[in-house]
Design a protein around this ligand. Sequence first.
Ligand SMILES: C[S@@+](CC[C@H](N)C(=O)[O-])C[C@H]1O[C@@H](n2cnc3c(N)ncnc32)[C@H](O)[C@@H]1O
Length: 387
Amino acid sequence: MTTEERVEGLADLLVTTGRLTEPLWREGLRAVPRHLFAPEAAWAVPDRPRYEGFAIDRSADPPTWWNAVYSDTAIAIQLDDGAGDPLSGAGTWTSSCSAPGIVITFLQELRPLDHHRVLEIGTGTGWTAGLLTWRLGPGCVTSVEIDGSLSAHAAGNLAGAGLDPHLVVGDGAAGFAAGAPYDRVHVTCGVDRVPRPWVEQCRPGAGIVLPWSPGWGIGHLAHLTVAGDGTALGRLTGPAGFMMLRSQRRRFGGPEHAAEQRGQAAVSATRLDPRSVIAQSPGAEVAIAALVPDVRSHLEAAPDGSYRIWAIENRADEPSWAAANFEPGRADHTVRQYGPRRLWDEVENAYLQWVTWGAPARERFGLTVGAASQKVWLDRPDHVLAA
Ligand SMILES: C[S@@+](CC[C@H](N)C(=O)[O-])C[C@H]1O[C@@H](n2cnc3c(N)ncnc32)[C@H](O)[C@@H]1O
């Protein structure tokens, strides 16, 4: 199969899955071929729920490598900030070539227009920066990457594709003031709190597309527009799960000391199916994230069909936590709550509040990023959800 056929095959797949809707970006996939940005050997994970990853190695197994590169598959290029072996897949992903479906979704959402100046946060492999540079031409795209070795590698990839965006090594949370004002900000790492410089470095009417990852569930694509008063506001338009901006990283997994603390936890029962609060309704996840701030979820599934749903406070010292067990066939489900906050009660109340609102879908929620605060709203910016 030729590279051209592979590119068309990927574009056709993304049309079929509803990801690619604008013919312009089919042209982009042709002009900026993904294989020029993919690592020689790495760990790949198809962008489908519960899909296992697999190793890819261009010289040892070319067909698997090419198939992964030209399918809707994310490819890890760095684990544990460079301490892990990307070929093993074991460790925390700290950089990747994101799956094409989500890359194209974000670019379509961004809608860059001719002559726009775009700031990208998270250069990674440089593929997205390359697609933006192809779209806008020279001098319009600045991409910031916190890891100097990744940025250098991306520069090589981009040169190989004949593209030359302005690459900056630094903390993207500060934006890049020297290149302001921007018409678009394109963020490819997750944030809970949207850094103010991204808003301040934009002109009024500019668009900011970012993965909003408040910690409850996987996360959401947020499309904000900068208003004349220096706020940025807009709706959540779809799912988005990305690795976090470095300064906003949080722990994975259950609470560190849950086993020792279990005996001190308050035990109760709930009639609510605990599975309702996570991975079932994105709208409920937004409501819970807004009404139960600074709390992350963690889901454990067992082969017998039982689940444990964790709610864990985002703090290093003695986080409060709650664990609700779903066991098939039971009328009531056991809940354990540890620490000063009763997190299951908070989560269950937030979920039931969402039900009384008529179970609104994710797309009815929005975010406003102000000078000193960030708010989540339902339907209209003045319908703020109060924690
Ligand atoms: C999902 S990858 C980006 C994928 C990339 N856009 C591409 O096309 O290959 C996320 C990137 O964000 C970078 N990153 C994380 N925190 C950052 C920060 N504070 N400033 C700049 N880059 C950051 C990571 O190092 C990583 O390379």
